[in-house]
Design a protein around this ligand. Structure first.
Ligand code: SF4
Ligand code: SF4
Ligand code: SF4
Length: 204
C-alpha cells in the first residue's frame, strides 16, 4: 500500500516560499485539487492520509514540535467547517477574478492561499495537534462530503481485546472503533498496523 512519506511534505514549503518568487509554482495546487477530487468519490479522504503534502508536513515535521493536545471537538462540526469552506472558496474565487487571466497573477493567488493555510496549519499543529488543521480544512471537508462512507475501516468485534492501541495511533484522534462509519478517517492505515489482533481492515 502507498504510504505517506516525510519527503512529500517538502513540496508544500517549496510552493509556499519559492512560489513568492516563482508564482508558476502555485499551479501545483491545481494538481492537488484535481487529484483529491478524482480519488474522493471512491476512497473518501484517502488523499489526506496518503498523498497530501501538507498532511505529510504536519505528520512528520510539525509532529516533532507539537504540544500534542486534544483537538477541540467543535472544529469537527459542520457549523464551523461549512462557513470556513464557503469563505475560503469565495475568497479564492474573488481573488482569481481580479487577476484578469494573467498567468503569474493566478499562480500568485494559489501561492498566497497555500502560504496562508500552511501557516495556520503549522501554528495550530504546534499549539494543539499536528492534524488540527485537517479537521476543518476546506479540502478535507470536500472529500468528507464526496467520499461519503467509502472505504471504511471495518472492525471484527470477535477479535478485539479492547487494548485501544488503535485509538492511540490515530492522527485524526478518532475513536477508531466507534468512528468506523464516520467520514473523517484519512485512510492512513495506522490503526490497522497497530492492532495486535488483526481486528481491523479496510472495506469498500
Ligand atoms: S485535510 Fe487538507 S491539509 Fe489536511 S491532508 Fe487533507 S487536504 Fe491536506
Ligand atoms: S481510523 Fe485508522 S485509518 Fe482512519 S485515520 Fe485513524 S488511524 Fe488512520
Ligand atoms: S487495537 Fe485492535 S484489539 Fe486493540 S482495541 Fe483496537 S481494534 Fe481492538
Amino acid at each position: 500500500m502507498l504510504k505517506i512519506t516525510p519527503y512529500i511534505g517538502i513540496l508544500v514549503l517549496i510552493v509556499s516560499v519559492a512560489g513568492l518568487w516563482y508564482p508558476i509554482l502555485g499551479y501545483f495546487m491545481l494538481l492537488v485539487f484535481a487529484t483529491l477530487l478524482l480519488i474522493s468519490p471512491f476512497r473518501g479522504r484517502w488523499f489526506c492520509g496518503n498523498l497530501c503534502p501538507r498532511g505529510s508536513f504536519s505528520d512528520f515535521w510539525v509532529g516533532k514540535i507539537t504540544q500534542n493536545k486534544k483537538i477541540p471537538p467543535v472544529l469537527r462540526s459542520f457549523w464551523v467547517r461549512i462557513p470556513i469552506f464557503l469563505f475560503m472558496m469565495g475568497f479564492m474565487g474573488y481573488r482569481l477574478l481580479q487577476t484578469h487571466g494573467l498567468v503569474n497573477q493566478i499562480g500568485m493567488v494559489f501561492v498566497i492561499m497555500c502560504l496562508t493555510t500552511t501557516t495556520i496549519a503549522i501554528l495550530l499543529g504546534f499549539s494543539i495537534n499536528p492534524r488540527t488543521w485537517c479537521t476543518f480544512c476546506p479540502m478535507g471537508t470536500l472529500q468528507h462530503i464526496l467520499g461519503k462512507d467509502k472505504y471504511q475501516v471495518h472492525l471484527d468485534e470477535e477479535k478485539c481485546i479492547n487494548c485501544k492501541k488503535c485509538d492511540k495511533v490515530c492522527p485524526m484522534q478518532l475513536d477508531v472503533r466507534k468512528s468506523l462509519s464516520k467520514r473523517d478517517c484519512i485512510k492512513c492505515g495506522r490503526c490497522i498496523e497497530a492492532c495486535p489482533k488483526d481486528a481491523l481492515a479496510f472495506e469498500n
